[in-house]
Design a protein around this ligand. Structure first.
Ligand SMILES: NC(=O)C1=CN([C@@H]2O[C@H](COP(=O)(O)OP(=O)(O)OC[C@H]3O[C@@H](n4cnc5c(N)ncnc54)[C@H](OP(=O)(O)O)[C@@H]3O)[C@@H](O)[C@H]2O)C=CC1
Ligand SMILES: N[C@@H](CCC(=O)N[C@@H](CSSC[C@H](NC(=O)CC[C@H](N)C(=O)O)C(=O)NCC(=O)O)C(=O)NCC(=O)O)C(=O)O
Length: 641
């Protein structure tokens, strides 16, 4: 699509509304419901306004607001980028009673009237050294005069340095930026310099997936899986003169070289897409301004795609613990490791270290691993992992880590103390990486409470010009989902095609050993949602295990809605599960029925063929005792009986 010289923000419309085309500002009125600071966007065409007095209990924020007011008296830079010809009034925010009362409790009165320096007037008043950075990005690309919001329904054109400024060059940020640029927008993206371990000063183009998550993790999974394959090979006649040995430092060096290559590739992807890459930490100054290490950039839209960082609970001795960033880049392989947590990351690393012959203990605070997964899969995977030598400590919560004189670590839990660890890893979830991007001034205040993680269906935050995608938001934290969100946002903003990411039937995998793949509902969810569900399961010894002699098994499960006969959930734990489930996810997404599965010829001999040859339900769940009778009647009626 082409962009005219005047960009209009395609304002997402709720499904029930017809999209309206008009020249006035399309605004979102935010309503705060109840005491919770969740902000729900309610679409309307009224203007947003700032309250006349803003007081804040957050000293830092108040100070920032005061500094802004002070800074606004600085003389305008002679080389400032061209400002809009028409002077602009502040955008107006309509605050709900809850937010208004929040503000009433603030302590320092700060006048913000229409005549006060506003976010939009700030740009004129920046010191010259800030503005100079602009010239770096005066590339020979099309200049767009974006429309600015005004408070009388007429439009005042305003120029920004960029149409889109993205903070964070991970999967979601890169995807949104490069497609926005493809659609004709001028785009900049900022990211911290590369390092294998993230910190307040290091990150790298590529983000979590490429540098500290999916990709290096999968490389370590590949490395470790050989051990199981060596074990399997004996039964097939392979003999080794000596036990194969693994060299951890070779793996780390090769993995890090690949990460260097990939971060370079991602820089090139951005360059080729005409996206300006700015190295440094981005902070939002106001709804249209980003500060990157002291340089100021304005943008019609700001995208927050800063991802997440590992979270370690605050217990004594936590400084001795490592997180997944460190675990991916250890100088030496752990001899004996405790892994706290029973989620994706915990199980994947347990598999890696166990296969590489470290002694692995997993501490989970519940009875089972993988909360939220299908119950049978949860049981099956922990049985299989235990058979491979991992020791699970259930219902044990970490209380402290103690370092002994010999350097070894002990983990104290509610049930006792386990000693002698070379490493203790916490895989206890991840938190949005917003701590240091704060984001000064009122915006930070709003974002702090509404949190970037609370976005609407189009990824819009509480501030209309600020958007967020990927792990920083509280949605499904998976790379392909961030890619989908980034792409949808680029279409919404720059392709005149308002697009909502579709979270139905998102397939997922856990690369533990054996791995898990799933798509659709768990048994529990299926029964809650549909009541009457036919459950097909298969728990079998795969062909490979017959000669390998290893106790490996495979578990597969199909959930079928008894009424519609659609397959509404598909689960597998066993070799190649992620590869197999990716294909079947198409069938689930397309809403195919059990009859469609049955009509598909299997590929023999494969594990995957089981999914099309499960003939008899293992059990039928009937929430409504009459439903079977009703179904029979419907079938008879349809058949004209
Ligand atoms: N293959 C993939 O696609 C991968 C995806 N990811 C993504 O990254 C996200 C983060 O992964 P991960 O860190 O494993 O997070 P998860 O949310 O998957 O798991 C966190 C685990 O830590 C436990 N836990 C949390 N707090 C504490 C505590 N204070 N004490 C003890 N245990 C605690 C949780 O227990 P409880 O259940 O009791 O809350 C849970 O078992 C995942 O949700 C996923 O979206 C990560 C890796 C791979
Ligand atoms: N799936 C294959 C390929 C893996 C792959 O996609 N490798 C990525 C690196 S990490 S993966 C990083 C991730 N890419 C993807 O997830 C690609 C997914 C899919 N191909 C798609 O287009 O949607 C991402 O952050 N994308 C941002 C964006 O695309 O805007 C790559 O770029 N390789 C180039 C090379 O090796 O030379 C495999 O497992 O072997």
């Amino acid at each position: 699509m082409r962009l005219s010289n005047r960009i209009e923000v395609p304002t997402p419309q709720p499904a029930s509304h017809n999209r309206q085309s008009h020249h006035g500002s399309r605004q979102i009125r935010y309503a705060l419901f109840g005491p919770s600071p969740l902000i729900f966007p309610a679409y309307s065409y009224s203007f947003l306004y700032f309250p006349h007095r803003i007081e804040t209990p957050v000293a830092g924020v108040a100070q920032n607001l005061q500094s802004l007011l002070k800074a606004s008296t600085l003389p305008a830079s002679p080389d400032s980028p061209p400002m809009a010809a028409t002077s602009l009034t502040a955008p107006k925010l309509t605050f709900s009673p809850t937010l208004q009362s929040l503000y009433r409790n603030l302590t320092i009165p700060i006048p913000l009237s229409s005549s006060s320096p506003s976010f939009l007037s700030l740009r004129k008043t920046l010191p010259s050294h800030h503005s100079r950075s602009f010239s770096l990005f005066q590339q020979p690309r099309r200049q767009f005069t974006a429309r600015a919001d005004s408070d009388n329904g007429t439009e005042s054109p305003r120029q920004y340095d960029f149409d889109l400024f993205t903070i964070g060059a991970g999967s979601g940020g890169v995807r949104a930026s490069r497609f926005a640029a493809n659609f004709g927008a001028s785009v900049a993206i900022c990211e911290l310099p590369f390092a294998t371990i993230s910190s307040d000063t290091a990150g790298g183009v590529g983000g979590t997936c490429v540098l500290r998550g999916c990709v290096p993790k999968k490389l370590l999974v590949y490395a470790s899986k050989y051990a199981h394959e060596f074990d399997e090979s004996n039964g097939f006649g392979w003999k080794y003169e000596s036990e194969p040995k693994h060299d951890w430092s070779t793996l780390m060096a090769n993995k890090n070289a690949e990460l260097q290559r990939l971060t370079g590739i991602y820089k090139n992807i951005l360059k080729n897409a005409n996206v300006s890459l700015i190295e440094g930490r981005g902070k939002i100054v106001d709804p249209h301004t980003v500060n990157v290490d002291g340089k100021i950039y304005t943008a019609r839209h700001i995208l927050v795609s800063v991802g997440g960082r590992p979270f370690i609970p605050d217990i004594p001795g936590k400084e001795y613990a490592i997180d997944s960033d460190a675990a991916l880049d250890l100088p030496s392989q752990p001899k004996k490791i405790a892994i706290v947590g029973g989620g994706y990351i915990a199980l994947e690393f347990a598999g890696i270290f166990n296969s590489l012959k470290s002694e692995v203990h997993v501490f989970i605070r519940q009875k089972k691993v993988l909360r939220g997964f299908d119950e049978e899969v949860r049981d099956f995977v922990s049985e299989q992992m235990s058979l491979r030598g991992i020791e699970f400590h259930t219902e044990e919560s970490p209380q402290a880590i103690v370092k002994s004189g010999d350097g070894s670590l002990s983990l104290k839990t509610n049930k006792g103390t386990v000693e002698g660890f070379s490493h203790i890893m916490f895989a206890t979830g991840r938190k949005p990486n917003t701590k240091k991007m704060f984001i000064q001034l009122l915006v930070s205040y709003l974002l702090f409470f509404s949190v970037v993680s609370q976005v609407d269906e189009y990824s819009r935050t509480a501030v209309p010009s600020i958007w967020a995608v990927g792990d920083v938001t509280d949605r499904i934290n998976l790379t392909p989902v961030a890619l989908m969100e980034g792409m949808a946002l680029a279409k919404t903003l720059f392709k005149d095609e308002p697009s909502k990411p579709d979270y139905r039937a998102v397939p997922a995998a856990v690369f533990c050993q054996p791995p898990i793949g799933n798509v659709g509902l768990t048994e529990e969810q299926a029964i809650n949602e549909y009541g009457d569900v036919d459950i097909y399961t298969s728990n079998f010894r795969p062909l490979k295990a017959t000669l390998s002699g290893l106790p490996d098994r495979v578990f597969m499960k199909l959930l079928v809605c008894a009424k519609s006969e659609k397959v509404i959930g598909l689960h597998m734990c066993g070799e190649d599960a992620p590869e197999i489930v990716q294909g079947f996810a198409v069938a689930i997404k397309a809403g195919l029925t059990k009859a469609d599965f049955d009509a598909t010829v299997g590929i023999h001999p494969t594990a995957a063929e089981e999914f099309v040859t499960m003939r008899t339900p293992t059990r039928k769940i009937r929430g409504n005792p009459k439903s079977e009778e009703t179904k029979d009647q419907e079938t008879k009626a349809a058949a004209g009986v």
